[in-house]
Design a binder for this molecule. Sequence first.
Ligand SMILES: [Ca+2]
Ligand SMILES: [Ca+2]
Length: 344
Amino acid sequence: LPQFLRRNGYFTARVGKVYHDGMDGPDDWDVQLDPRPTSNIGRTGQGRNLTGGKFAFFHWIAAEGTDEDQPDGLIAREAIRLLNEKREKPFFLAVGFRKPHDPYVAPKKYFEPYPLEKIPAPEGPADDENDIPSAALPPVRHNLGVEEGREFRRAYYACISFMDAQFGKLLAALEASPAASNTLIVFFGDNGLHLGEHGWWNKVTLFERSARVPLIIALPGSQPPGAVCRQPVELVSLYATLAELAGLSPPSGLQAPSIVPLLRAPDGPWHRPAYTVVTRGKTLGRSIRTARYRYTEWDEGRQGVELYDHEMDPQEYHNLAADPSYSGVVRQLKRLLAASKPQP
Ligand SMILES: [Ca+2]
Ligand SMILES: [Ca+2]
């Protein structure tokens, strides 16, 4: 996408983590910046590893120092600087905040709105895992205690508030700039996270908690502002969407269509499900999400099948794949999933 926009006359810049670190293409960006604090103060403060060091991650710190003693504070600052530079070309600015990714480090003031005693521990039926295929959850479990789980959640919330504040600075700078009237904003994350749901504390599952991401798109002058679209869409649609909104013809062979029709009419018709895959060693898990259901196959069903009805069960506690009253739904979703199988 940045190459495409750059070839079409855009100034392109990347600040922070957009691709996995170090995986940028050679022609993606006019400018790429990875600002890091020069002092250690932002890595000091109250905190601990919630597994007693058994796993390298699961570490939180309510840090000393300011926003700009953290990478994300510097990422906001550098993005604002690029935004305010004078240039003739249109711009594409990809700003990759690092939080709320582990380690859960944020300035301590962002922990204050979340007193530990008010953080709920994970809920769910005690027998939740009985109907989950073993491939659905990764083999190495972390099994945080109740107290550790609360701390994990609080640190995650604090990191989100911290990142949100940095994004707010960037939005305020955009609002104050002449670019506000003709700049599109796309805000998204690249994965969700289990906060103890289904006994898991990470991503890499095909449950809604992991597969679903925030996606907010603001078009200048769009009406009505704040509209909510309930249809499932995919991040791979952003390429075609941004190309269309920029008035450019996208290259052929894109994996997913533009979602501009839904931006214009959030309640309008939409028939494409969202697809997600994950691996367990050599086993591939594939999942589709329609407006009502999530349907998942592990190794094409040989290692398990799941069906969740989001109308009745938004937390995905009850696997209905073997329920005879859903056999028609399973048949239909199985066909849809098979039709999407990548050709060798
Ligand atoms: Ca269950
Ligand atoms: Ca990620």
